[in-house]
Design a protein around this ligand. Structure first.
Ligand SMILES: [Zn+2]
Length: 209
């Protein structure tokens, strides 16, 4: 479900991309709303927190998964795009929280602070806007929604939903975390190859920040 400022918020979030391939435009509306809100509320986040990865299209996930299955060079473990994460209200989440779902949206974002902030401080600021860590051992991974529905936090219509249910990390989410780690690793390798080829051509590589 989108909201009036959704496109404007996506555009705003583009300012905080880390190095260009984060696919911020795929973020689901509630996640985009809450992340924009967190950035607007905190100068420290604006200065030091970056969006490392939002997600990828289903086609990109298929590509990664097939490369992994066929043991192609440079491919690591990737989630099967057809594996079922869970079903809620007739909507089935598949593949990875970082893969675009049947509604076209990605439901997770990975953030990075390049060591200038500590996660405890970042988490307090993000939680205040309804962004939660949902994968144990992955302090960078955040969602506004899980299989159980929206997590506690503000909504675009001005309401705030309270959720007393105890959040427990699910096995699927852990697997998703592993896939994210592998995907980021693959991205890093591709970037390094690009840097080396640019060095061969005598062109300085692009800086990160
Ligand atoms: Zn993640």
């Amino acid at each position: 479900m989108t909201y009036p400022d959704y496109q404007a918020d996506l555009k705003y979030l583009e300012l905080f991309r880390d190095d260009g391939d984060e696919a911020v435009h795929l973020l689901e509306p509630l996640l985009a709303f809450r992340l924009s809100r967190a950035y607007r509320a905190s100068r420290r986040l604006r200065d030091q927190l970056r969006i490392e990865s939002a997600g990828r299209t289903r086609d990109a996930q298929v590509y990664l998964y097939e490369g992994y299955k066929e043991k192609r060079a440079g491919f690591n473990m990737a989630a099967n795009p057809d594996r079922i994460i869970g079903t809620r209200g007739g909507f089935t989440f598949r593949g990875s929280w970082h893969m675009a779902q049947e509604d076209g949206y990605v439901y997770a974002v990975d953030l990075t602070h390049h060591g200038r902030l500590d996660w405890g401080d970042v988490h307090d600021r993000l939680r205040a806007s309804g962004l939660h860590e949902t994968v144990k051992g992955e302090p960078w991974h955040h969602q506004a929604t899980t299989i159980r529905g929206p997590l506690p936090g503000p909504f675009p219509d001005g309401t705030t939903e309270e959720d007393d249910e105890q959040m427990t990390p699910e096995m699927e989410e852990r697997f998703d975390g592993l896939a994210t780690w592998v995907f980021n690793g693959t991205t890093m390798i591709l970037k390094r190859i690009e840097e080396l080829s640019m060095q061969l051509e005598g062109t300085p590589p692009k800086g990160d920040d």
